[in-house]
Write a protein of this length. Structure first.
Length: 329
């Protein structure tokens, strides 16, 4: 079968690998669609994603959907390692276990292969059926939508409140949609890319700010999501947050020293909280898709699996979400 395998920095190949055979408690997923994420790009560009460094070839991909025994499904890509219980203060926050294996990750040795392959053996407990009316193309975006819903949940109840999302890449655009779905009164999206802002508006933003075209961030916004991951953006984002407001950091910040203006964090008594992956929100994401939340505007290009490197290049240089067509139903 075909699999998209990264062998090192700048070296991705569509390899022929043996088809897997499920064992006890496992199912065989016929993969149809896969969404390219920033971590896939990092392994391809740099041979590492954060602190996870490639030691062996790795099948990419953790945003996938397909069929199991003819039924359309997606996958929860995380599996907790070991049986140590979470402390009571972290009850239910399974994303914060000390060790979690994630599809398409080099965090462990041996690595955890991802789902950019024609067939993937998956523990049955990680399979999630898609709601009626939701196809596998949209189902491949349930995982990043769960990330966005988790971020919105970290801000508390957003119903009837005004929201700013700084950074309108795929996760930022999904945060826009998630905040509107959760009842935010208004959502403003900000970015330096006019194309990204057009997608954010299509995903439900009430207003946009083109920071590359001279616009400024709004002032005194009670709930702000920072989705760019750019340390240079933090000063302006903190100034845009209302006194006593909440700033949720959903964009990954670098794991190395970087200059940032943080004074307003103290003087404005801002609550700055992190958001990492998701816990139970994959089920929430599927419910939202079933309720009609439309992720279609986010999908900008699709490529056949044989053009995986071209797809990665498009994802690195474009806006929106790039999907790989891996198999047929």
């Amino acid at each position: 079968m075909k699999a998209v395998v990264v062998h090192g920095a700048g070296d991705v190949r569509v390899d022929e690998v043996p088809a897997p055979v499920p064992g006890a408690g496992e199912v065989l997923l016929a993969v149809e669609w896969g969404g390219i994420c920033g971590s896939d790009l990092a392994y391809w560009r740099h041979g590492a994603s954060g602190t996870a460094v490639l030691r062996h070839p790795l099948v990419l991909g953790h945003e996938v959907a397909g069929h199991v025994d003819g039924r359309p499904v997606t996958v929860h890509p995380a599996r907790v390692v070991g049986d140590d219980p979470l402390p009571e203060r972290l009850a239910g926050r399974t994303n914060l276990h000390r060790q979690v294996r994630y599809f398409g990750s080099a965090a462990f040795d041996p690595h955890t292969d991802g789902g950019f392959c024609e067939y993937k053996v998956v523990p049955a407990a990680q399979i999630r059926p898609l709601p009626d009316g939701v196809g596998t193309r949209e189902g491949a975006l349930a995982e990043p939508l769960a990330v966005a819903l988790h971020a919105v949940g970290r801000a508390g109840d957003v119903r009837g409140r005004d929201v700013l999302v700084n950074g309108a890449g795929p996760i930022g655009a999904l945060v826009v949609a998630a905040a509107k779905h959760r009842g935010a009164r208004t959502v403003v999206a900000a970015d330096i890319s006019a194309g990204a802002l057009a997608i954010a508006r299509a995903m439900g933003a009430d207003d946009v700010r083109d920071l590359g075209g001279g616009d400024r961030l709004p002032e005194d916004v009670e709930i702000v999501f920072e989705a760019s991951g750019a340390p240079a953006a933090l000063g302006g984002v903190l100034r845009a947050t209302a006194r006593g407001g909440t700033l949720v950091q959903v964009g990954n910040l670098p794991g190395r020293p970087a200059p940032a203006e943080l004074g307003d964090l103290v003087t404005r008594e801002i609550t700055w909280t992190g958001s990492y992956r998701f816990a139970g929100e994959l089920d929430d994401a599927l419910a939202a898709l079933g309720d009609g939340l439309d992720v279609g505007p986010l999908i900008t290009r699709t490529f056949a699996v044989d053009r995986a490197e071209e797809a990665l290049e498009a994802a690195a240089g474009g806006v929106g979400k790039v999907l790989l067509r891996i198999g047929e139903p």
